[in-house]
Design a binder for this molecule. Structure first.
Ligand SMILES: *Cc1c(COP(=O)(O)O)cnc(C)c1O
Length: 396
């Protein structure tokens, strides 16, 4: 039986490889950080992690996790509603709500689950979900699991959104769904305009803050801080796997009735394990740190401004960004791969993206800045980009 299936898999894998889309993993043999060691023995500077605040190897979080490991054990062996809730989980949920200025929070194993489990319990055939075309895969999957009528507008296109809202007046409830920061360009969703349209056409709003939480806004409170809409958005989702320490875990935070309904009906919450106590404890320590100081956000913002300014000065074409994502535009798929490889030889770890991950002829190298980067790291990256950029004729 297996041989036919095996043949089919092998031929599909061959197609993937021939299209240049086969994903190989680079193996890291140190903690995740700004400076890492990879399995070839090379020491490289990491510019492609979502470690925006540099917390992946933070001593205070490690200490909090160790303490919880000793005091609260390794795992919960249960979903939340049977016997998987410790005070640590409740504490973390309330700290997340405080951080975002929302009413209540529900934790998930990942933001993929938060997005997968948010639509189906809340909306049905009578309702409409209006989604940005560049929304994350987990939002797309979550929408698929729900029977609501679907509308889609091109990325951040407010005219198209308005048209969708007009068509969706026939439905009972409408919700506009958007990523806070779009991961390939680094642009922030136009939440001020989205909110205005939502008011005008009687719609709810959901923002996935995965790439924006901890990053966007003066104190990193995300797109609602940037656009002065704190407490006004009905649903926010986010991850503990990016700026917030990078371990694992996701959440939905917002209006209390919505969170209450999700606790009753959201399938990834009801049928999947609680996050480990050490992750919850480190999460609590992380949000305490955010309340105490804005040091990391300040450093991240000044690092990003510095990097973007210097790269533009060197002649690179950088997409306008309001996040810690800097897209260095190359427009050529092959060039993006060659350039990333040469940068790695210079000790700078970045990834080149091309179609179908980004539109045709929009190939680029995506650089992700971190508060963990020191000025000498940034300078080394800028010097390497400049050297290789000249070598490959990208800049003069
Ligand atoms: C990373 C990401 C997710 C998934 O988060 P996990 O917690 O890793 O599952 C969901 N949405 C967006 C927009 C993301 O960038």
């Amino acid at each position: 039986m297996y041989s036919d299936f095996q043949q089919y898999l092998n031929s599909t894998l061959k197609e993937i490889t021939e299209a240049g889309l086969y994903k190989n993993e680079r193996i890291i043999v140190s903690p995740q950080s700004a400076a890492i060691k990879v399995s070839t023995g090379a020491d490289v500077l990491n510019f492609c992690a979502n470690n925006y605040l540099g917390l992946s190897d933070n001593a205070e979080l490690i200490e909090a996790a160790k303490k919880a490991l000793d005091e609260r054990g390794f795992g919960m062996s249960s979903v939340r509603f049977i016997c998987g809730t410790q005070d640590l989980h409740k504490e973390l949920e309330s700290k997340i709500a405080q951080f975002f200025g929302t009413e209540d929070t529900i934790l998930y194993a990942a933001c993929f689950d938060a997005n997968g489990g948010v639509f189906e319990p809340l909306f049905s055939e009578e309702d409409a979900i209006i989604s940005d075309a560049l929304n994350h895969a987990s939002i797309i999957d979550g929408v698929r699991l729900c029977k609501a009528k679907r509308y889609r507008y091109s990325n951040a296109n407010m005219q198209e959104l308005e048209e969708c809202l007009q068509q969706a007046q026939a439905q009972r409830f409408r919700i506009i769904v958007t990523d806070g920061v779009f991961s390939m360009d680094g642009n922030v969703c136009p939440l001020d305009k989205i909110y205005e349209l939502a008011q005008k056409y009687n719609a709810l709003v959901m923002v996935d803050e995965s790439h924006s939480a901890g990053v966007v806004g003066k104190t990193g409170r995300g797109t609602t801080e940037l656009h002065n809409l704190r407490g006004k958005i009905e649903i926010l989702t986010g991850t503990l796997g990016k700026a917030f320490g990078g371990a694992i875990g996701g959440f939905t935070t917002g209006k209390k009735e919505i969170i209450d309904m999700l606790r009753q009906r959201s399938r990834p919450y009801l049928f999947s394990n609680s996050i480990p106590p050490m992750v919850a404890a480190a999460g609590c320590a992380m949000f305490d740190m955010m309340e105490r100081t804005n040091e990391l956000q300040d450093k991240l913002h000044s690092n990003t401004d510095y990097f973007v300014a210097k790269m533009k000065e060197a002649g690179f074409d950088i997409k306008p960004t309001q996040s810690a994502i800097c897209a260095v535009m190359l427009y050529d798929a092959k060039l993006s791969q060659v350039m990333a490889e040469k940068l790695l030889q210079e000790g700078i770890y970045v990834v080149g993206f091309y179609y179908p991950v980004v539109p045709k002829d929009q190939a680029r190298i995506r650089v992700q800045i971190s508060a963990g980067h020191e000025k000498e790291h940034l300078d080394k990256a800028i010097a390497a980009f400049t050297k290789i950029g000249k070598e490959l004729g990208v800049i003069k």
